[in-house]
Write a protein of this length. Structure first.
Length: 393
RNA sequence: GGGUAGGUUGAGCAGGUGGUGAGCUCCGCUGACUGUAGAUCAGCCGUCUUUCGACUGUGGGGGUUCGAUUCCCUCCCUGCCCA
């Protein structure tokens, strides 16, 4: 059995082994963390505030969840990472004993940009809760994540819209590199892994430079950031090609942050991505949209009011086993809380089931047909050209 | 029976004391959502029209007037008070 492991720091609290497959750069792997093992490619449901919205840890287990994501920024503001530490850490606090990866707050630099100010030392935010000022630096991001006790922490990074002027994209990338080194220097917990994040927008030269800088550091894993933030599908694929090529021979686990949609999984898996996280499955579920191999459907649409069938005939989740589309359509119209939970149960089950089918497809050669069926039905309703570049922040 | 307050586009309202009433919130219809300030947001929501725009609509009927949602008469309906 050939593995591509290596490059991991000798004292890494995680281990990762992977096998190449016949499909592009896709690989099958196994990530072992202090709280459990993760089969890759794998998807992490997002639980920003110590909860995957509307789902219990039991729901997550039933859906096949192996690892979830929590958030430094939100949890440090409320309830506070010191409090979570006093209460036994994030796993115990939220009742999830499986692996947890925490995001560093870097994305909030981007999404809450107008509430904050970035300088070389760190970020100053106005809290979205009460407007009070808060400071986040690479050292603080590590300190907070160590207090939370996640299995995997993320380095603090800065991402900008790829449509910004090149000098801004480059400046954010250089800041990310400097912060990466400071995060590594600030680590104090040997039982927590730390991933570095590659930036550089959609510029191939900057991406290569960023991969070189981040991959040279003793991180336990490599994340690809700054994508799925407004660039086209073609730009995302091309950028993933550049990153994969530059990472060739690096055996560490690779995590594409903020992706995605069913179609995007295939694009990224074929380019060597092992881990994903995204709010999409749970967010669209709360807004009435559920996914199946036949595509997307909005259960708020009138045509489902008399539809007595399940969301998905092929799904064994609680929603599909026990309830009809008509029932869900009713619950959404009546603003009943169960609608959010059942739709989320289904979408997480579908997404994790899709990842499982991707893994088995890679193993038994049926990957291509799976990709063709799913991507055909899950093409974005929006044409590429409909999405204008974001120019303000 | 007497008095009083009302009757506005599916619902609930706003407005309008003689000079072009389509404004709001629900409901309804559709779309969006990618490291979660999101159980959110956007568009549409009288008729015709792709749009521009045109037309209709203030309980019914009648009257005054160049012109009535507004003033007058009458009828109908609803709430409340008194008999």
């Amino acid at each position: 059995m050939t593995t591509t492991s290596g490059h991991l720091p000798p004292s890494s609290p995680i281990s990762f082994e992977s096998l190449p497959t016949p499909v592009g750069r896709a690989r099958l792997g196994r990530l072992v963390t202090p709280h459990g093992t993760v089969d890759t490619p794998q998807f992490m449901p997002v639980g920003t505030q110590a909860t995957v919205k509307s789902l219990t840890p039991g729901d997550l287990r039933a859906a096949g969840t192996q690892i979830i994501l929590g958030n430094t920024y939100h949890l440090s503001l409320r309830p506070g990472h010191e409090r979570i530490a006093r209460l036994g850490g994030l796993h115990r606090f939220m009742g999830w004993d499986g692996p947890i990866l925490t995001d560093s707050g870097g994305f909030q630099v981007f999404s809450l940009g107008h509430l904050g100010r970035v300088d070389d030392d760190g970020v100053t935010f106005a809290s979205h809760l009460d407007g009070s000022p808060h400071r986040l630096t690479p050292e603080l991001a590590v300190e907070i994540q160590e207090a939370l006790g996640s299995d995997i922490a993320m380095a603090l990074d800065e991402l900008v819209d790829p449509g910004r002027p090149p000098d801004e994209v480059e400046a954010a990338m250089r800041r990310t590199h400097a912060w990466a080194e400071r995060c590594l220097a600030a680590r104090a917990r040997p039982d927590q892994a730390l991933f570095g994040i590659v930036q550089g927008g959609v510029d191939p030269a900057l991406r290569r430079e960023s991969v070189a800088a981040i991959a040279a550091l003793p991180f336990d894993g490599i994340a690809i950031g700054g994508l799925s933030v407004g660039e086209s599908k073609a730009e995302m694929a091309a950028t993933l090609d550049v990153v994969a090529e530059a990472l060739d021979g690096d055996g560490r686990v690779r995590y594409l942050m903020g992706v995605g949609s069913p179609a995007d999984f295939f694009t990224a898996v074929e380019r060597g991505v092992d881990l994903f996280d995204c709010v999409l499955p749970t967010r669209v579920a709360r807004n009435g949209q559920v996914w199946t191999d036949a595509g997307r459907m909005n259960l708020r649409n009138a045509r489902f009011l008399d539809d007595g069938g399940p969301i998905d005939d092929d799904c064994a989740c609680e929603a599909c086993r026990n309830h009809s589309r008509a029932y869900l359509a009713h619950l959404f119209r009546a603003d009943e809380l169960l609608a959010y939970r059942l739709a989320s149960v289904h979408n997480v089950t579908y997404t994790l089931g899709l990842m499982r089918r991707i893994r088995s497809g890679l193993a038994d050669g049926t990957y291509a047909s799976l990709r063709d069926v799913v991507t055909e039905q899950h093409r974005s309703n929006r044409r590429e050209t409909d999405k204008p570049p974001v120019t303000d922040r």
